[in-house]
Ligand binder design. Structure first.
Ligand SMILES: [Zn+2]
Length: 267
C-alpha cells in the first residue's frame, strides 16, 4: 500500500508526460492539431558600442551585424504576415551578453537569432565562409530555468484542458523540460542547417553547423542559433559583407531559411 502511494506521483507524472510529449514531439499523425503559430523572432546583432567585435580593414563586425539584422527584420515584418521582430539593439550600443537571450525569454519568442561575423587569427589565413552555431550539450543545463519559466507562459492558454492539471513547476516534471530542451535543440539544428543550405545556394563556402559552448545561446528558452556571416579577416569577404548587394543576398538567404523553418514547425 505504502509502495503504491509512493508510486502515485510517479504515475501522475508519467500520465502528464505522455499528454505533454504528444504535444511537443514531432507528429506523424495528420489529424494532430497544428502547433502554436510562429509569431515572434528576436534578432540579436552581435557586439555594439565599446565592443566592436572583429575588426576588418574597412569596417567592424558590430556594424555589419547591425546592418544585416535591421534589413532582415524589415524583410520579415514586410513579407512574413503575422510575424513580429524584436531587436536586442537597433543602434550602436553595448548590450551585456546575458540581456540578449533574456529579452527573448521575456517576450516568449519563437526564435532567437544572433548575427555575427567571423575572424581568423591572422589576415593571411585563407579561412572563408559561413557557419551557424547551436548550443553545445555542456551548456544545455543552463536552459532549464529559462525553459521552465517559459513553459508556464506557453501553457497558459488551454493549460487545464490540455494537461489535466499537470504542473510544470513541480520538480518531478523536470523530465518534461528535458524533452522540451531536446525539441529546442532539434529545431535549432534544423534552422542552422537551413541557413547553411541557403548560404550555399549563393555560392558561399559552407563551414557547416557547429556546436559550441556559447553564453548567448545557453540561456535562451527557445530554438536559438548564432550565424557567422563570413570572415572579417578576408578582404574578399569583408567587401562582400559590407556591400549592399552582399547584404541583400545574405538577408535573402536568412529570410528563406526562416520561412522554410516556420512552415516546418507549423505543420
Ligand atoms: Zn561576434
Amino acid at each position: 500500500m505504502l509502495q503504491s502511494i509512493k508510486l502515485l506521483p510517479t504515475f501522475l507524472v508519467l500520465v502528464g508526460l505522455c499528454l505533454f510529449s504528444s504535444f511537443i514531439l514531432p507528429q506523424d499523425d495528420r489529424s494532430a492539431p497544428p502547433r502554436q503559430p510562429f509569431k515572434l523572432v528576436v534578432l540579436d546583432p552581435g557586439h555594439g558600442g565599446r565592443d566592436a567585435g572583429a575588426v576588418g580593414r574597412k569596417a567592424n563586425e558590430k556594424d555589419i551585424a547591425l546592418a544585416v539584422a535591421l534589413k532582415l527584420g524589415k524583410k520579415i515584418e514586410d513579407e512574413m504576415p503575422g510575424v513580429k521582430v524584436i531587436y536586442t539593439r537597433k543602434t550602436d550600443v553595448f548590450i551585456p551578453l546575458y540581456e540578449r537571450p533574456a529579452l527573448a525569454n521575456k517576450h516568449n519568442a519563437d526564435l532567437f537569432i544572433s548575427i555575427h561575423c567571423n575572424a581568423a587569427a591572422t589576415r593571411r589565413s585563407p579561412a572563408r565562409g559561413t557557419e551557424t552555431l547551436v548550443c553545445g550539450y555542456n551548456r544545455l543545463g543552463q536552459q532549464d530555468a529559462a525553459i521552465r519559466e517559459n513553459a508556464s507562459i506557453l501553457l497558459e492558454d488551454n493549460y487545464e484542458e490540455n494537461y489535466g492539471g499537470f504542473d510544470p513547476k513541480d520538480p518531478s516534471s523536470m523530465i518534461v523540460f528535458q524533452l522540451m530542451k531536446n525539441q529546442h535543440r532539434r529545431e535549432s539544428i534544423k534552422l542552422a542547417s537551413l541557413m547553411q543550405d541557403k548560404f550555399t545556394t549563393s555560392g558561399r563556402p559552407d563551414r557547416g553547423v557547429k556546436e559550441q559552448s556559447l553564453a548567448v545561446l545557453a540561456t535562451a528558452g527557445m530554438p536559438a542559433v548564432l550565424t557567422e556571416l563570413g570572415f572579417m579577416s578576408s578582404s574578399i569577404e569583408e567587401d562582400y559583407m559590407l556591400s549592399t548587394a552582399g547584404q541583400k543576398e545574405m538577408v535573402q538567404n536568412l529570410f528563406d531559411a526562416i520561412k522554410t523553418y516556420k512552415t516546418s514547425v507549423e505543420r
